[in-house]
Design a protein around this ligand. Structure first.
Ligand SMILES: Nc1ncnc2c1ncn2[C@@H]1O[C@H](COP(=O)(O)OP(=O)(O)OP(=O)(O)O)[C@@H](O)[C@H]1O
Ligand SMILES: [Mg+2]
Length: 243
């Protein structure tokens, strides 16, 4: 692969990222000198003990928060020091989030929840939004529940709706923070197989997980310890299956 092709394939590039929180005069160095490059189409798992900085890293990747210093390029654009509204705009079109606790809005229907992030997109008409919502709900097999409210769904179904919400805007990258953390093993398996399918169709996925079985389904596993990446390995098992 030429250097040029490699450069075109890079979706995320973090260089020397530091993140410190200051609370009641206590400094927490959550991330210390993170360097990370993620290619388009990659399926990456981030693991490590509680408090090591995994969610902080995901928030920075998802432009929910900014680093104290360091460089972040997303799809070739430097997004390290954007203003809040510029960050929100890029976040809305480029990032899809899936959280452990689903984070659906209880007084909106399934379809309205999936549509919500799209309503901030000036590039989509009402018809396009409706189409995207339908396609996303079909992708996770939840179209038949479009008019239900989150409280009328099981946890597994709620997470499938949350996945539909994450993919409805065709983001460049899907960020998932413990997506199976609140699910029983059967629903966890359903969610993981949806992620597998999205990845097989070309999605770039970055997933935080404590669960070694979930991590084993990714192509590359990054281990974080004390705010640093201490290991970055391609997952041979998956490569073996893919060959
Ligand atoms: N908003 C915040 N204000 C102050 N400290 C924070 C904040 N967010 C995170 N931290 C601290 O930063 C460190 C990293 O937190 P983070 O949530 O990234 O850990 P994590 O690896 O996701 O842990 P877990 O596996 O328990 O979810 C922790 O020490 C945490 O207390
Ligand atoms: Mg966390």
């Amino acid at each position: 692969m030429s250097e040029q092709t490699k450069a075109n394939n890079v979706l995320v590039e973090l260089k020397n990222i530091n993140k410190m929180f200051l609370t009641d005069e206590v400094e927490t160095h959550a991330l210390n000198g993170i360097n990370l490059s993620i290619n388009k189409g990659e399926y990456l798992a981030i693991t490590g003990p509680s408090g090591c900085g995994k969610s902080t890293l995901l928030s920075l990747l998802g432009l929910l928060d900014t680093a104290n210093d360091g460089m972040y390029k997303l799809a070739g654009h430097d997004v390290s020091s954007l203003k809040r509204d510029e960050r929100a705009k890029i976040r809305n079109s480029e990032i899809g989030f899936i959280f452990q606790s689903f984070n659906l809005i209880s007084d909106l229907t399934v379809a309205e929840n999936v549509e919500l992030p799209l309503t901030y997109r000036k590039d989509l008409t009402k018809q396009q939004r409706a189409k995207n919502v339908q396609v996303a709900l079909e992708e996770v097999d939840m179209a038949h529940r479009a008019k239900h409210f989150p409280s009328q769904l099981s946890g597994g179904q709620q997470q499938r709706v949350a996945i539909a919400r994450a993919i409805a805007g065709s983001p460049s990258v899907i960020l998932a923070d413990e997506p199976t953390g609140n699910l029983d093993s059967k629903n966890a398996e359903t969610v993981m197989s949806i992620l597998d399918k999205l990845h097989a169709n070309g999605a770039t996925i970055c997933m935080v997980t404590h669960d070694p079985r979930s991590a084993a389904r990714s192509e590359r596993i990054i281990e974080v310890f004390d705010g640093k990446i201490v290991s970055d390995q391609f997952n041979n098992d998956v490569t073996a299956i893919a060959v």
